[in-house]
Write a protein that binds this ligand. Structure first.
Ligand code: PLP
Length: 418
């Protein structure tokens, strides 16, 4: 598809009027008003994929929770419904955006801890297979958890080295998986380049040699639809404070395909993952179903805000969110091509929208130093080593005018750097 096809009749050259026209034609434009923005100052926020903005509804939900539930119901809240919240929200994530039938997703722990639990469970289910396959460009926590588990279990880590401006391809996986691979661990969208991996084909390649696969959805959940059940995915983990706007440190979610739930032994045996936890019995007896993947007391406060974004995505449909996301990144690429590429900036992200997630990274030697200048001017992209500015465009809260103003400010600092 060409930029003109993606951006539609509103496609214009790089002018402020062009951004206004794109916003006027955007069916999700009004959702920008549903987020809390700083009082009295305009902030161009291009990092909603690292920490999403708070939905206005979340302020009310949290206030109401403190007063009416925690403050009033006190300990009775646990039996009023808090205890079921990890599964209730998990099921909603499954039906609204993950393509997962009920009973396979739970919310809890940090992403790091959830990765540990599911990766350890997967390799322990296949002790005869001695390798874990992962890529060198995966997020640090994913790599470290895999290295730690390999050390703990005497396994070998096999590394795929992807093109850093792209990501792991189907061919690379086909070449690297063997009958000795216990588990493949990959990110659906690369945190740096924004490359969108072919989840369906890569999952098939892993299964062709009998390996399991775990997908990290941190940078895709809430912006790109998946079909975890239909694509045969074994395990998945994701963040809720990025595109799901759950707030700083909101808990992760984990997907365990139902057929695996009784065969994969998760390693953190806590009282709430036991069958009949309130009997306080001797000995760990894992609960059936996805509840067996819970360890301790769920962070109910941390699960409040994400529900408002799940509601919004449910309202508009994840397909509409993805459509706007493709338009936002395509528009950003167009502006970068027009203004920055002639100044020596490199687009370190896929140009093909089919292989691109919700953010792009642009490289220039001046960008490490430029970040402070931009932040001081209330233009907030992220920085990724060695020299990349990462522009995360969260479809519900980012306008085309934001993209225009953000790339315009980056143009200015790039020019000033010479
Ligand atoms: C953001 C992110 C994480 C974060 O893990 P935490 O435990 O929440 O700090 C992990 N993996 C990927 C791929 C991420 O993008």
């Amino acid at each position: 598809m060409t930029s003109a096809q993606i951006l539609g009749d509103q496609y214009q050259e790089a002018t402020a009027a062009g951004a206004t026209a794109l916003d006027a034609a955007d069916p999700l434009a009004s959702y920008g008003d549903r987020f809390i923005t700083p009082d009295g100052e305009k902030v161009i926020y291009l990092d909603g994929n690292s920490l999403g903005r708070p939905p206005a509804a979340s302020a009310d939900r949290i206030n109401d929770f403190v007063r009416a539930q925690w403050g009033t119901r006190l300990i009775r809240g646990w039996t009023d419904g808090w205890m079921d919240l990890p599964q209730i929200i998990g099921d909603r994530l499954g039906s609204v955006m993950l393509g997962a039938a009920a009973g396979q997703v739970t919310v809890g722990d940090s992403t790091t801890v959830m990765l540990y639990k599911l990766i350890r469970a997967a390799v322990d289910a296949h002790p005869e297979r001695r390798e874990i396959l992962i890529d060198t460009d995966n997020f640090p926590t994913d790599r470290f958890i895999v290295e730690g588990i390999a050390a703990e279990r005497g396994l070998t880590v096999r590394w795929i080295q992807p093109d850093p401006t792209a990501g792991v391809t189907v061919d690379q996986v086909v070449e690297a998986v063997t009958g000795n691979t216990a588990l493949v661990v990959l990110s659906h969208v690369s945190y740096r380049s924004g490359y969108l991996a072919d989840m369906e084909a890569i999952t098939r390649a892993a299964h062709d040699v009998g390996a399991l696969i775990l997908w990290d959805l941190c940078h895709s959940v809430g912006v790109i639809p998946t079909q975890l059940d239909a694509w045969g995915v074994d395990l998945a983990v994701g963040c809720t404070y990025k595109y799901l706007n759950g707030g700083p440190g909101s808990p992760a979610f984990g997907y365990v395909r139902s057929e695996h739930q009784s065969r994969l032994p998760q390693p953190i045996w806590g009282w709430l993952g036991r069958e009949d936890p309130f009997e306080m019995e001797q000995g760990y007896q894992v609960a059936t179903g996805i509840r067996g993947f819970i360890s301790g007391t769920p962070s109910i406060l941390g699960m409040l805000a994400m529900q408002d974004t799940i509601d919004m995505i449910d309202e508009v449909g994840i397909t509409a969110v993805r459509a706007k996301s493709v338009q936002l990144t395509e528009y950003a690429v167009m502006l970068v091509n027009e203004w920055l590429v002639p100044r020596g900036v490199e687009i370190a992200s896929p140009l093909d929208p089919e292989r691109r997630g919700g953010h792009i990274t642009i490289n220039h030697d001046s960008y490490r130093a430029a970040l402070d200048t931009l932040w001081d001017r209330n233009v907030i992209p992220d920085f990724r080593t060695p020299n990349g500015l990462r522009l995360g465009l969260s479809p519900l809260s980012t306008s085309f005018a934001d993209v225009y103003a953000g790339v315009d400010a980056i143009h200015e600092v790039t020019r000033a750097a010479g």
